[in-house]
Design a protein around this ligand. Structure first.
Ligand code: B3K
Ligand code: ZN
Length: 875
């Protein structure tokens, strides 16, 4: 497979001004007539016209109305080359494709009886020959012709222009999108769909029709997405001054989808799981995720569609920025503290692992084999942190001035991350040249903090040292420009003024941002009346690992006294991690295990803190995952980690049983389900209490768990109960699973939860059960949601079983990857991610994981997707 390099970027030789597409849909074969108005790019290189195309049957090719013979063009399995073209011309290309053979879910494919497309990044070339690259932007007009009975609804991008019926039972429709766009934003949908409608009036008074298209059985599941969409449209006007630009905005829900959703212009296509919800079928987390994904895809209309990427190395230009936008939307609509905690938790557990592993790459990578492999947590989540840091460094108003200039300057263009940074710089006369290293250098920087207090001079010294480990292809790194948010607390927990030695005035307020640019840098605070405790990296102001040696008592102090909610939570997590790692060491040395009374005391204080948001209490009482603990050890000991965590949880539960009990009862007020921050907070705390009560080992608490399941009128409480039940062996567990399935077997979203909870069970026979479930009527290996729920859940979130010493988990994964690779390379490659950290494990497990990887690597005809990852892992 071929490596694509950023350094090789060249402008396109030919441009497409207009693309007229006509689709004749038929069950097996679809005929595509593409008429392209093309011209030579005055800025482009002297080169032949090359169109991309894969898995296409070429029926005919015409240049300015004249048929081209086979000797007038050249064809390979991935390209069509036409030499000797005039400066301006029209090309007519007729191709045939077979959507029912398409299991990769890229290009035009069937999801059930719905025909739909997924073109990002390079799926359009599976529909017709085209310069399939984001810097070729064209105006699309799309005509769809199909059987009226079978495909009553036919959609494409933009506004609907005209439609009609033929005598033979077919009908047609024409869509026109006035906004020039790259081919990756093209979309087509046809099916027998129900439409749920609403409308939104934009800030300038235009009315936009909002439509969600779903399988008729899901028509009652659209309300939350519609509400979320309107919230997003309003928020983007208020926060970024961005107004929607077509007469209609459509969302289609499909059951078979490789990712969460896709921002095709005016016609978003969604994984059904990321759009459909009712209180009975979706958890609070689902509601939350749907709100943010609907917003994310909507926000792409400006950050991605109106201003798009020049090439795929710039992917984070749209993804990092759009994630940052959806995160701040969610923070504004819900609890900002909880949002930040969840975002950081995700970043640390997924992205830090990626950055420390064999696939580590910069936010703007400089090479790839398969671009689909670069839709990563680094591009998305770290990319979002990078944009967030720019915002932190320049300030809110300044950032908005910068984004206004960016949208204004580059509207209708395909640009680079450098262009984005330049716009922020130009709008504010700031210099971000050193900051741009965040786009160029991979790896997670480590910040070491040393402090010193001089009680005679009343000086407090904060020394920050940064270092970044080597990553593939990058042995050494230059210092980063890091915004470091700090606060100083006195013994009573009161904020101290912060005055640096060269400042005339002290800085009032709890937090200030220090700008760190050197490898090692010292900040001298003067007039510090008493010895302070520094709270650093507040709000997680930069995506770094912090090395700041605080004692367990200092952490316990910050856990209840820090002014910054994020750092309160984080101090608590660090305290818990210290305690758990000590327990792990005790287990390894066969020492007796002792419960930390310090932690129990702090938990008690948190649980009884009337001023604290219950959502935050729930977060603070949640122990870090086994995976995250594993990442904190030089050589993870999966079994000891599991044992330590169970020990701690059970003993906290026993110590504070009365309080958990009381809190649970207090929160068990009967009221109708509503999705709002307060109610969600109550449900989350209630479920955390239940999980401790069950962990206490008291059999009566199991009855309470079953009672919660029986009485629940919402999926949040029902599923929380089921999750706890699946770790208990016995008849009650089997009954609970059976009746859950009987009740919900018609609902795909719920059935995926049923698969996932079983895959995450800690009971010893879990792998056997997972294999059994793969033969269940509820499972199809062709459906990505099923695969993620069962295989993905087992391999990524069940460390004790996935890392079983006999290698059974690894062999299982390798077998499934080989099956999946033949069907859907993108999904197969994703699953490989479970082996990302294989070199961190003990000798024996490393050996077994290596064997699993080699058994994949030695297969002939691997997809580029799996090939790239497996070879990079083994390199
Ligand atoms: N832009 C899409 C990602 C599609 C990737 C396909 N391999 C979803 C999103 O980030 O909004
Ligand atoms: Zn996106």
């Amino acid at each position: 497979p071929k490596v694509t390099l950023l350094a090789d970027y060249e402008q396109p030789a030919y441009l497409v001004d207009e693309a007229l597409l006509q689709f004749d849909l038929d069950s097996a074969k679809t005929r595509v007539v593409s008429t392209l108005t093309m011209r030579k790019n005055p800025q482009g290189p002297e080169a032949d016209c090359i169109l991309d195309g894969e898995a296409l049957t070429l029926v005919s090719l015409k240049l300015d109305g004249k048929k081209l013979e086979g000797n007038q063009f050249q064809r390979t399995t991935s390209q069509l080359l036409i030499p000797n073209l005039p400066d301006k011309f029209e090309l007519e290309i007729i191709t045939e494709i077979e959507p029912d053979q398409n299991t990769a879910l890229e290009g035009l494919y069937y999801s059930g009886s719905i025909l739909c497309t997924q073109c990002e990044a390079e799926g359009f070339r599976r529909i017709t020959y085209y310069p399939d690259r984001p810097d070729v932007m064209s105006v699309f007009t799309v005509t769809i012709v199909a059987d009226r009975e079978k495909w009553p609804v036919m959609l494409s991008n933009g506004n609907m222009e005209d439609q009609g019926v033929f005598d033979d039972g077919r009908h047609w429709v024409r869509w026109h999108d006035p906004h020039p766009k790259p081919s990756y934003l093209f979309a087509l949908v046809a099916g027998d769909l129900h439409v749920q409608q609403d409308s939104f009036t934009t800030q300038s008074g235009r009315e936009v029709a909002l439509r969600i298209y779903v399988d008729p059985e899901n028509k009652h599941k659209c309300d939350h997405a519609l509400t979320s969409l309107k919230q997003a449209m309003k928020w983007d006007e208020d926060t970024y001054g961005r107004e929607y630009d077509l007469d209609v905005f459509m969302i289609v829900a499909v059951n078979d989808f490789n990712m969460g959703a896709m921002e095709n212009k005016g016609l978003n296509i969604f994984n059904a799981a990321c759009v459909l919800a009712t209180p009975e079928t979706a958890t609070d987390d689902d509601f939350y995720t749907i709100q943010s994904i609907v917003a994310h895809e909507y926000f792409h209309n400006w950050s991605g569609n109106r201003v798009t990427c020049r090439d795929w190395f710039q992917l984070s230009l749209k993804e990092g920025f759009t994630v940052m936008r959806d995160q701040s939307f969610s923070a504004d609509l819900n609890s900002a503290a909880v949002q930040r905690i969840d975002d950081v938790n995700g970043l640390r557990s997924m992205q830090f692992a990626e950055d420390a592993g064999p696939m580590a790459h910069p936010v703007r990578p400089d090479s790839y084999i398969e671009i689909s492999n670069f839709y990563t947590v680094t591009i998305y989540e770290k990319g979002a942190e990078v944009v967030r840091m720019i915002n932190t460094l320049v300030g809110d108003e300044e950032f908005r001035k910068g984004t206004d200039l960016y949208f204004d300057r580059h509207d209708g263009q395909a640009v680079t991350t450098d262009d984005f940074v330049k716009a922020i710089e130009d709008a504010n006369a700031v210099d971000l040249s050193q900051f741009k290293r965040w786009y160029e250098q991979a790896g997670t920087p480590e910040l070491t903090i040393d402090t010193n207090y001089d009680p005679i001079e009343h000086r407090f010294t904060l020394t920050v040292t940064q270092a970044c480990p080597a990553t593939p292809g990058q042995a050494t790194k230059q210092p980063f420009h890091i915004p470091l948010a700090v606060g100083l607390l006195d013994k009573s927990g009161t904020s101290l003024d912060m005055q640096l030695e060269d400042e005339a005035e002290p800085h009032h307020g709890d937090t200030r941002i220090l700008s760190v640019t050197e490898a090692s840098q010292t900040f001298e605070f003067i007039n510090v009346s008493s010895e302070p405790l520094a709270s650093v990296l507040r709000g997680f102001s930069a995506p770094v690992k912090l090395k700041y040696d605080l004692s367990n008592h200092q952490l316990a102090f910050l856990m209840v006294n820090d002014k910054d909610s994020f750092n309160r939570w984080d101090a608590g997590q660090k305290l818990i991690i210290n305690i758990l790692l000590e327990l792990v060491a005790d287990i390894q040395q066969n020492n007796p295990l002792v419960l930390s009374s310090l932690l129990v005391n702090q938990f008690e204080r948190i649980l009884t803190d009337k001023k604290l948001d219950p959502a935050l209490i729930a977060k603070m009482l949640t122990l870090p995952t086994e995976n995250y603990l594993a990442a904190q050890m030089t050589t993870p000991d999966v079994d000891a980690i599991h044992q330590a965590r169970e020990f701690l949880k059970r003993n906290i539960a026993v110590s504070l049983k009365g309080l958990f009990n009381q809190t649970y009862e207090k929160l068990s007020v009967k009221k109708a389900y509503d999705f709002n921050a307060d109610d969600m907070a109550m449900r989350s705390l209630k479920n955390v209490c239940l999980s401790y009560l069950v962990a206490s080992g008291d059999p009566l608490q199991l009855q309470r768990c079953l009672r919660q399941m029986k009485q629940a009128d919402n999926m949040t409480e029902l599923l929380a109960g089921l999750r706890l039940m699946v770790d208990q062996s016995g008849l009650e567990r089997e009954n609970a699973l059976r009746s859950f399935y009987e009740q919900w077997k018609q609902d795909r979203q719920v059935v995926d939860k049923w698969l996932a909870v079983q895959a995450a069970s800690t009971l010893p026979d879990t792998l056997i059960r997972v294999k059994g479930l793969m033969k269940h009527e509820a499972f199809s290996i062709k459906n990505p949601n099923n695969v993620r729920a069962l295989i993905g859940m087992f391999c990524r979130n069940n460390p004790v079983h996935f890392h079983a010493k006999d290698g059974s988990g690894y062999r299982f994964l390798a077998e499934q990857i080989l099956v999946l690779d033949k069907l859907n390379p993108q999904v197969a490659a994703r699953m490989l991610g479970a082996l990302n950290s294989w070199r961190r494990y003990d000798e024996q497990r490393q050996q077994l994981m290596k064997q699993a990887l080699e058994s994949i690597a030695e297969q002939q005809d691997l997809s580029a997707d799996v090939y790239e990852i497996v070879t990079k892992y083994l390199a």
